[in-house]
Design a binder for this molecule. Structure first.
Ligand code: DHB
Ligand code: FE
Length: 273
């Protein structure tokens, strides 16, 4: 689970990861890179929230699963260099879609899907450097743009259903689950700049082995505690739902601020991995 602030993409493009502002954030990923080198996942399922790029107010699915051959980042502008397209895994995508629908999650199926910084930035963070991204991807978008949003409990259950799908996939693959967004931040309105360190650390703690503690919060309560855009914690909750009860914390880092956001990375492993 990791934050996904667009400015991170700018820092990577300018090569300033080692500067004092950025270092405490980027070095939080060193241990993640070492772990990825060890476990070498071949596919990554990414729970992320589209920010109005691929879906907008006219049509917005609650849950959308990518089933494309590849996913192009089309986010932001800012004069950033183009990121090469992210290869898809249509076979796993369709397996997940079939399994989810059988499991009563009536998702939107996307044979074409553009991705934004919420997908591209975490991929760059996990596999930095050109040509070092040896994974296929399955993006799963969760609506955080237009109310009503799915509840924390619903997102957790979606994650669990995705895990059941991945486990029943016949091909022998090593699948990494990623959730992107958060932690606390609010980009506009009276509380612009709002950050709640205490609540962030509470979430990072509970996500490890007591995720149920987060499921009782309504979305309104989450927004009160984490800021309007802090609702992106729903993606972390979905990713946690895809892990086993006894998941263990392998690494975590928390840093304030990057742009307007309290950022975090939390690496959990299922006991068998
Ligand atoms: C910022 C954070 C986000 O999650 C986002 O989607 C856009 C911007 C920020 O802090 O600048
Ligand atoms: Fe965001």
């Amino acid at each position: 689970m990791t934050s996904h602030v667009p400015a991170i993409g700018g820092a990577i493009a300018r090569g300033v990861e080692g500067e004092p502002y950025w270092k405490p954030f980027f070095e939080g990923f060193d241990k993640v890179h070492a772990w990825l080198d060890e476990v070498r996942p071949d596919t990554v399922v990414v729970f992320y929230n589209d920010h109005g790029l691929n879906f907008f107010l006219d049509k917005i699915p609650t849950f959308a699963v990518g089933a494309a051959l590849s996913y192009q980042n089309a986010d932001e502008g800012w004069g950033l260099p183009e990121v090469p397209p992210f290869p898809g895994s249509p076979q796993l995508s369709w397996h997940i879609i079939e399994s989810l629908v059988a499991d009563e999650f009536d998702v939107t199926m996307c044979q074409e899907m553009l991705v934004d910084h919420a997908f591209a930035v975490p991929m760059q963070l996990l596999w930095p450097g050109a040509g070092r991204r040896p994974v296929k991807t399955v993006p799963i978008a969760i609506n955080t743009v237009q109310h009503p949003l799915p509840s924390a409990t619903r997102c957790f259950k979606l994650g669990a259903a995705v895990a059941r799908a991945v486990e029943s996939f016949e091909a022998d693959s090593r699948v990494l689950i990623v959730g992107t967004g958060g932690l606390s931040h609010q980009l506009d309105g009276e509380r612009a700049g709002f950050i709640n360190k205490q609540f962030d650390l509470f979430c990072m703690e509970k996500l490890v082995n007591e995720p149920e503690a987060l499921l009782g919060y309504s979305n309104r309560e989450l927004i009160e505690r984490a800021g309007t855009q802090g609702i992106e914690i729903l993606m972390w909750i979905a990713a946690r739902g895809a892990m086993t009860h006894g998941a263990q914390r392998l690494h975590s880092n928390y840093h304030i601020p990057i742009s307007n956001t309290a950022t975090g990375v939390l690496l959990l492993g299922n006991p068998a991995t």
